[in-house]
Design a protein around this ligand. Structure first.
Ligand code: GTP
Ligand code: MG
Length: 215
C-alpha cells in the first residue's frame, strides 16, 4: 500500500541541509495554502505526515519525506503569500530555485493549482520557469470538491487558456477531501520515477530569472 513506511526525512532552510540521499524525488509546488501538503498526505493515505495548516505561508522550509520503496516526496514552500516581506520572499525563492535547478535526484514536479480559482500570474511564472529549466511538470487542480461536475469543462478551458496549454485535458482534478484523482496522480508520479535522471537545460536556470513572487 502506498504510504506504509513513509516517514519525515529532513527539513531544509538552506541548500546545505538538503539530505544526502540516493533516491529519486518528486516535488510538490504551488501557491501558499493551495493544498500541497494535503495532496502528499492523501497520496500516502496519511492524515498528518506533511503538516497542513489553515494559516497560509506556514511552510517555510523544504520538507523531505521518504516514501516506501526508496522514493522521496518534497514539499516546497508556497509562493504568492502577500503578508511576508519582500526579502523573505526572495530568500524562499532562492532556496526553491536552487532546489529545482541543482537537485539531481529531482525527477518531476507536481504543480498544484486551486481548481476553484483561475491561475495567478505566479502560477504562470512557475510553469514557464519549469519549462525553461527542462523539469517535467504535471498540473493538478486540487480542491475539486469545490467545483461541481457541470463546471469542470469550463474550469479546464480557463486553465488551458491562462497557461497556454496545448490541450485542456492536461491538468487533472484532485481532491484531498474526497480522494478524486489519486490513482491518476500516482500513475503520473510512477512514470516520472521510472524515467531516467534528466538535468538537461537546468544549467540555463542559473542565469537570473524573474521569480514567481517578484510582482
Ligand atoms: P502552505 O504549506 O501553507 O503553503 O499550504 P499548503 O499548500 O501545504 O496547503 P495545506 O495542505 O496546508 O492546505 C491548506 C488548507 O486547504 C487547509 O485548511 C486544508 O484543509 C485545505 N485543503 C487542502 N486540500 C483540500 C481539498 O482537496 N479540498 C478542500 N475543500 N480543502 C482542502
Ligand atoms: Mg504545506
Amino acid at each position: 500500500m502506498h504510504g506504509r513506511g513513509a516517514a519525515f526525512l529532513a527539513s531544509a532552510a538552506r541548500p546545505e541541509q538538503f539530505p544526502c540521499t540516493p533516491w529519486p524525488e518528486i516535488a510538490f509546488a504551488g501557491r501558499s495554502n493551495v493544498g500541497k501538503s494535503s495532496v502528499i498526505n492523501r497520496l500516502l493515505c496519511r492524515q498528518d505526515l506533511a503538516r497542513v495548516s489553515s494559516t497560509p505561508g506556514r511552510t517555510r522550509t523544504i520538507n523531505f519525506y521518504q516514501v516506501s520503496e526508496g522514493r522521496v516526496f518534497v514539499d516546497l514552500p508556497g509562493y504568492g503569500y502577500a503578508k511576508v516581506s519582500r526579502s523573505l520572499k526572495e530568500a524562499w525563492w532562492s532556496l526553491v530555485e536552487t532546489y529545482l535547478t541543482q537537485r539531481t535526484q529531482l525527477r518531476g514536479v507536481i504543480h498544484i493549482l486551486d481548481a476553484r480559482h483561475p491561475p495567478t500570474p505566479q502560477d504562470r511564472q512557475l510553469q514557464s520557469f519549469l519549462n525553461a529549466i527542462g523539469v517535467p511538470a504535471q498540473l493538478v487542480l486540487t480542491k475539486s470538491d469545490g467545483v461541481p461536475r457541470g463546471r469542470r469543462a469550463a474550469v479546464r478551458k480557463i486553465v488551458a487558456e491562462s497557461l497556454a496549454l496545448p490541450s485542456p485535458e492536461a491538468p487533472s482534478f484532485f481532491s484531498a477531501e474526497t480522494g478524486e484523482g489519486v490513482p491518476e496522480l500516482w500513475r503520473a508520479i510512477e512514470a516520472y520515477l521510472r524515467a531516467p535522471a534528466g538535468g538537461a537545460g537546468k544549467e540555463q536556470a542559473m542565469q537570473k530569472r524573474q521569480h514567481p513572487d517578484s510582482r
